[in-house]
Design a protein around this ligand. Structure first.
Ligand code: PLP
Length: 432
């Protein structure tokens, strides 16, 4: 029987000593009150919350879990290094081996630098692009998430217009909007950021046109500016290379994090020779950036990325889930919008303007041991089996059945004003 006592008690305690009870992308302010916030353990495709409820987990720690929680080879490499030393006076040889492995794996990369979070990597890319030709203007797609730094902060509290003084917004995958933004940068264009596909919370996902990706490349070449692909979220879930490799476009810089060490804290900035001199001149560092354990974990992860069929497997199970939910939702009289690559599902209900149906369905799935998210894209990991998907579908079938009975009397969920504001902003940034 699903219970929520420990979770509720911890949330109440957290609210007294942690502003808001929790922050950032983990914030549960927008989620139904009984969504589990605290977890006790995780293994493979499973997650247990503090009440010991077991879930088939489709959030994968918001991306880092690529090969299954506690992957044997990754953890063995990390444990062996932990016995030898982690944060030391300098890096271990793993730093060089890891850089070599990245250069060997990612086509556009001639060098690598390591940091901790995706935000570190995107901030490094920003500084590197500006250092390249000593220019200031950087183009970001409206609503695109590149981390929690003042230059790209999604919320306004604590941010100033000056923080974004040289950031020029444009609409993703919209060539006319891109051209206008490039013109307004004039001869001060340092770089253009691109996420591999449109994967923002509260909105349907979509892949860019290859023509758009090629045009971004062409503009950067023409203007001698740097193209940055922000692969922090999608990296290694789309390809065993930079995600835009499928479109035939090579960036000058790419940013990585989340999945590259299967959950161990490390991120990376990769670059081509063109950007090497700029990367050498910038000052970037952190007390924990040279720690050896996450580097060994990343090496063990990259070997599995290169040598196993993990990518084909997550594409297969992701497709099974999508097809199963599609048929199931129809049979219960609902229409779903499932968008983006199947390895990173985003699921909304049609005719659900304030998302109360989606919220109720995910909450019903959670109570049945399937951890789904109502407004953020989800992730598939390679420990998830077809049998896990079949079990998921049994449970979601039950959740749909409950929803069918309750759909007319559903209450609105989460902080509806905040949800509405974010949804409007997300919709406004999508080209018609
Ligand atoms: C595309 C993208 N860039 C950057 C970041 C920031 O990464 P982190 O949360 O590790 O700082 C994220 C996080 O979700 C992301 O999705």
């Amino acid at each position: 029987m699903w219970t929520n006592t420990q979770n509720k008690a911890l949330k109440a305690r957290a609210e007294r000593v942690i502003p808001g009870g929790i922050y950032g992308h983990e914030s549960t302010r927008l989620l139904p009150a009984d969504f589990p916030q605290f977890f006790r353990r995780a293994a493979g495709s499973r997650l247990w919350d503090v009440d010991d409820n077991e879930y088939i987990d489709y959030m994968c720690a918001y991306g880092p879990n690529l090969l299954g929680y506690g992957n044997g080879k990754v953890e063995a490499a990390a444990r062996a290094q932990a016995l030898r030393g982690d944060t030391m006076t300098g890096p271990s040889d793993a730093m060089v081996r890891l850089a070599e492995l990245f250069v060997d794996t990612v086509t556009h990369a001639d060098w690598a630098m390591f940091c901790k979070n995706g935000t570190d990597a995107t901030a490094m890319a920003l500084v590197c692009a500006r250092a390249y030709r000593q220019r200031r203007k950087v183009l970001l797609a409206e609503g695109a998430y590149h981390g929690a730094s003042p230059w790209c902060l999604p919320q306004t509290a604590g941010g100033t217009a000056e923080d974004r003084a040289h950031i020029i917004p444009f609409r993703y995958n919209d060539l006319a909007s891109l051209a206008t933004a490039v013109e307004s940068a004039g001869d001060d264009l340092a770089g253009i950021f691109a996420t591999p596909f449109r994967h923002e919370a509260f909105s349907d996902q979509y892949l860019p046109d290859a023509a758009y990706a090629r045009e971004v490349r062409r503009i950067c070449d023409e203007r001698d500016a740097l193209l940055v692909v922000d692969d922090v979220r999608a990296g290694f879930r789309m390809a065993r290379d930079c995600s835009w490799s499928a479109l035939g476009v090579r960036p000058d810089l790419s940013t990585w994090g989340k999945a590259i060490a299967n959950g161990h804290p490390i991120s990376a900035l990769l670059g081509s020779d063109k950007a090497r001199d700029a990367a050498q001149r910038i000052y970037v560092t952190g007390s924990f950036w040279f720690s050896a354990v996450p580097m060994e974990a990343a090496i063990a992860t990259l070997h599995q990325i290169r040598d196993t069929d993990y990518l084909e497997r997550i594409a297969h199970t992701g497709q099974l889930l999508r097809d199963g939910l599609e048929a199931q939702s129809r049979s219960h009289g609902f229409t779903l919008r499932q968008t983006g690559p199947v390895q990173m599902p985003q699921i909304f209900f049609a005719d659900d303007p304030d998302m109360r149906i989606g919220y109720a369905w995910t909450a019903a799935a959670i109570r049945r041991g399937v951890y789904l998210h109502p407004y953020h894209n989800m992730f598939i990991n390679s420990a998830l089996t077809p049998e896990d998907v079949a079990l998921t579908l049994e449970r979601t079938d039950d959740a749909f059945a409950e929803l069918r009975k309750t759909r007319n009397g559903l209450p609105a969920q989460g902080d509806t004003r905040v949800i509405e504001r974010i949804r409007r902003a997300a919709l406004a940034s999508v080209p018609a």
